[in-house]
Write a protein that binds this ligand. Structure first.
Ligand code: ADP
Ligand code: MG
Length: 946
């Protein structure tokens, strides 16, 4: 005690070196931990908007977000009484106590984001709820307190503007002076938006950087639609909808996974930016889940030299909110799962049923050590699931448990029945295990007919006599393939005494045995002439080995079905070897049983010399390339010329071919090539080829063209035909050379199509109006004058409704997304009343100002047609739509298509409006065709003088 006192005495005079930090410093330190990057700000603001029910989001950034980040939504807005504390740290409208986290259904809950952003930037918030007439802009100080407010013109929703981010954190700001880092951050923002665009299909999103729209996504009906809008149809065609539902513990997995054996490059990415994992709609980065997904996927491509890639997929994990803890990291990108093992087991079951069990032969030595490559358990009908898989046995959850269930439940199999593993054509009449939502997703997808099914489960009586030979199907039998999404329904552990199947044995087709012979049921057997010699009937063990042999191919079927054509599935190196070795073994030992043959083959593979093995690996690689070519050919309908493997790979990588093409065309068409921002960088060397060209040859060609169209040969401008004529295509840029009179011009057909689409949309597009919860009462004051109300009252009206109202049927209102109801007044009683009952929500912030714009046109008699009545906002929206639609056009238009575009251009677009919607001309002048020999010679003169 004495000693302690002495020490205290000794300390005290120095006066304590520990002091509380000033509140400002505390705020800055903790805020900088919450707001770590530009991406982080965007994420927080976007999540707030989604939490506020927004369906439309516009994100604008300047100087990579350092100068300005603006997130504008059409959500519920912030009530005036809440604005005082909206950005004060730890104020939230989402939870009121810790227990609420058990029921959390919002992204935010800590009330930290706005306050933290205020501490590191200048923030203003403009907001308007549905009940308010106008919006208000609030300026906030570093503590998140409102320092000033003023009325603003914005529509319903909230706009948060963040200026000078990290202004008081010089090191953080310094970090962003590096251009590479800035670009990386921008990419992160894009990746982030893509994730939300996928998980919220009905969300419309745009991202603009330095006033250039970098990315946009329109609303989609479902997950598949959202994927099409974000990843593109080229990628989605390779994905398969999958689902796993489980009750004990409650786990739902669904998403889109690469089809088994799909083209490796098209379905993988060098980083995990396209592996979208969501837990309760929250984009997360969960290492274990990512590892499992990646291993299962890459194991299918044993011969790929680069297996360091990540699958392109979407996995949505839905769990009861009480079984997860989101409050783990400041950015909430990681989630603590109370039932992590069960989730991993469920995911593994789904993956096994999709990609099958991997043969140890197909795994790399490193992978052979992993838990996924345990030797296959001896197949038995009632194998306990995933025997040899430590995770499965540890957790006690039985892999893919297809227990006999309640007959009433459409999701389960009737009592006494167990599904027969099948790859036969069971669609339609088999007892479907598809969950209703799966059916939905399949019906919502147009190209689903091309999808294959791996594990479609149909009812089949256990113990029912089953003819082993009944459904033997040859390898070329394309009908043996099934179409549709994969669905796995699991109801926890099987009750005692009920047959339980393991996922592995199921996927290997050995889960069920014949009651009499004990042999595994094989509805589909790959017929091999070599096997016939040994006889189809062997002991059960022999049959199993037959399956084991097919597994070596890491593919469940020997054939792929692409666009209704069969193509031999790519074989792995082991399978290649097996093909040859099997014949050799049989030659050496003609009397050998199947088991012995298989043993012999495996033995040879194990003892193979290194160079022999590489030979097979190379063969397998070639086979895969060949398969890739066949896939492309088959997908293209076989009509096109065979493309070289390298080009097919490149195409696989580029998913927006039309866009790239458009860029190429824009370059060709731009009068002055755009200055590169980095002059130090040498210009991209483009592959070029000298073109043999002679003016005489061209003249001859042109004469032929005239004579073909029975027009007189060109002797002067007077004889020139009026419209432009197609000469030929300028490969590979998809630009076309056309002749207008005597002028040779270069035509960009995409610009024409874009302009035509825009024109069509302007004329005909009707914006769908969504009913408003509270109709907007239109008064003279709101509209800005009684002449506007009068103009509305004079408009065409529909059939009167029961309650006395009548909807204005003027197409200029309806096409622009305004549904307005008029309650006609009488001279004696109240005056007429007008209200907006429905409003288009696809155009952000469409409102009364836009209605006034229409009415101004009507009053000035400049808006006689729908096209002329379009308000600026609607025009801009339709312009965006036209660009989007034009981008979906095929990259290479045929001559006929271009001719059609040209003729529509001449008919529909006036001479003076022949520029694309961005103001660039369709036609770019090349040269004037010489009319006489003399002119031609004078043209050549400068060249000859050289
Ligand atoms: P949290 O999201 O955790 O509640 P924030 O600091 O991000 O905390 O936001 C504080 C509060 O401000 C929210 O709870 C919400 O009520 C309101 N808010 C923020 N952004 C918006 C928005 N875009 N629309 C409507 N309300 C918003
Ligand atoms: Mg928030």
């Amino acid at each position: 005690m004495h000693l302690i006192k002495n020490r205290l005495d000794a300390w005290c005079p120095i006066s304590s070196s520990m002091k509380p930090l000033p509140p400002d410093t505390v705020r800055l330190l903790s805020s900088a931990q919450v707001i770590t990057s530009v991406g982080n700000v965007v994420k927080e603001l976007l999540e707030n908007s989604v939490d506020a029910g927004a369906t439309s989001l516009d994100i604008k950034m300047e100087n990579y977000g350092l100068d300005r980040i603006e997130v504008r939504d059409n959500g519920l807005g912030i009530q005036a009484c809440d604005t005082v504390v909206m950005a004060v740290r730890h104020y939230t409208s989402k939870i009121s106590c810790h227990d609420d986290l058990e029921r959390l259904d919002t992204y935010g809950f800590r009330g930290e984001a706005l306050g933290s952003i205020c501490a590191v930037a200048e923030v203003s918030i403009t907001t308007k709820t549905v009940g308010e007439d106008i919006s208000t802009q609030y300026s906030l100080d570093v503590t998140g307190k409102v320092v000033s407010q003023k009325p603003s013109h914005l529509g319903q929703g909230t706009t948060v503007t963040v200026l000078k981010l990290f202004k008081n954190l010089p090191v953080r700001r310094q970090y962003y002076t590096n251009a590479k880092k800035c670009k990386e951050e921008l990419k992160k923002v894009q990746d982030l938006l893509m994730a939300y665009a996928i998980v919220k299909p009905d969300l419309r999103l745009t991202l603009a950087h330095n006033k250039v729209v970098m990315w946009q996504k329109t609303r989609a009906a479902d997950l598949r639609g959202a994927l099409l809008a974000t990843l593109g149809s080229g990628v989605v065609a390779h994905l398969l909808p999958c689902q796993h539902l489980q009750e004990q513990p409650q786990i739902s997995l669904d998403g889109f996974f690469p089809k088994p054996g799909a083209d490796y490059l098209s379905t993988s990415s060098s980083s995990h930016d396209k592996t979208f994992i969501f837990i309760n709609n929250r984009p997360v980065q969960q290492k274990d889940i990512m590892k499992l997904l990646r291993q299962s996927y890459t194991a299918q491509y044993p011969s790929e030299s680069n297996r360091n890639r990540y699958p392109v997929l979407v996995l949505q994990i839905t769990l009861p909110p009480s079984s997860i803890d989101v409050n783990l990291t400041p950015d909430k990108t990681q989630v603590l799962l109370h039932n992590k093992e069960a989730v991993l087991v469920a995911l593994e079951a789904l993956l096994v049923s999709l990609y099958g069990f991997r043969s140890p032969n197909d795994a790399t030595p490193a992978e052979r050590d992993s838990t996924y490559n345990q030797p296959p358990s001896p197949p038995q009908a009632d194998t306990s699931p995933a025997e040899g898989n430590p995770r499965t046995s540890e957790s006690g959850v039985k892999g893919l448990s297809l227990d006999a269930g309640d007959e009433e439940d459409p999701k389960t199999i009737p009592e006494g029945r167990v599904p027969a593993p099948s790859t036969g054509n069971l669609r339609g009449d088999g007892t479907s295990l598809d969950h209703p939502t799966t059916t939905n997703s399949s019906s919502s997808s147009s190209s689903i007919a091309e999808d294959w099914i791996i594990n479609h489960i149909s009812g089949g009586l256990l113990g029912e006599p089953h003819d082993d030979n009944a459904t033997l199907s040859g390898p070329g039998d394309a009908q043996g393939e099934l179409f549709g999404p994969v669905a796995v329904v699991s109801r926890g552990s099987a009750a005692d005494g009920r047959p339980t199947l393991s996922a592995e044995s199921w996927s290997r087709g050995v889960a069920l045995t014949h009651p009499a012979s004990g042999a595994p049921l094989q509805p589909v057997q790959i017929h091999r002439s070599g096997d016939a010699a040994s006889g189809p009937q062997g002991s059960p063990g022999k049959k199993l080995l037959l399956n084991a042999v097919t597994e070596n191919r890491a593919s469940l079927t020997a054939y792929d079905l692409i666009s209704n054509r069969t193509a031999r599935a790519p074989l792995s190196a082991a399978a290649m070897h097996e093909k040859e070795a099997r014949a050799e073994v049989l030659r050496e030992r003609p009397a050998a049983s199947l088991q012995e043959v298989s043993d012999g083959v495996q033995e040879r593979w194990k003892n193979l010399r290194e160079e022999e093995r590489t030979k097979y690996e190379e063969k397998a690689k070639k086979h895969l390339v060949h398969h890739g070519q066949r896939t492309i050919l088959a997908a293209a309908g076989g009509g096109r010329e065979a493309e070289s493997p390298s080009t097919s790979r490149q195409q696989g990588l580029k998913r927006k071919a039309p866009l790239a093409n458009q860029q190429l065309l824009d370059q060709l068409f731009s009068p002055q090539p755009q200055k590169k921002k980095t002059p130090a960088k040498p210009p991209d060397v483009k592959p070029s080829r000298p073109l043999p060209f002679s003016v005489a040859g061209l003249r001859q060609g042109l004469r032929r063209l005239w004579s073909q169209s029975s027009a007189p040969p060109p002797s002067g401008p007077a004889n020139a035909p009026p419209g432009p004529r197609l000469v030929n295509r300028l490969a590979p840029a998809s630009a076309w050379v056309v002749l207008c009179g005597r002028e040779l011009m270069l035509l960009n057909p995409f610009r024409v199509e874009e302009a035509l689409l825009f024109k069509r949309l302007l004329e005909n597009n009707i914006l769908a109006a969504v009913a408003l919860q509270n109709p907007i009462q239109l008064t003279d004051g709101l509209l800005g004058g009684s002449e506007y109300t009068q103009a509305l009252c004079n408009m065409a009206q529909g059939i009167p409704e029961l309650h006395g109202g009548v909807i204005l049927s003027d197409p200029r209102l309806l096409a622009n997304g305004f549904k307005i109801r008029l309650f006609p007044g009488s001279p004696s009683a109240a005056p007429s009343r007008l209200e907006v009952t429905a409003l288009a929500d696809c155009v952000p912030f469409l409102g009364v100002e836009d209605l006034r714009e229409i009415l101004t046109g009507v009053l000035r008699r400049t808006a006689a047609t729908v096209q002329d009545s379009r308000p600026l906002k609607v025009r801009n929206y339709l312009q965006g739509e036209a660009v989007r639609l034009a981008r979906q056009l095929p990259s290479n238009m045929t001559r006929q298509e271009v001719e059609e575009s040209l003729s529509r251009m001449t008919q529909l677009l006036r001479e003076d409006s022949r520029t694309c919607i961005h103001g660039r001309p369709f036609l770019h002048q090349l040269s004037v065709v010489p009319g006489s020999e003399h002119e031609a010679k004078s043209l050549l003169l400068p060249i000859e003088e050289l």
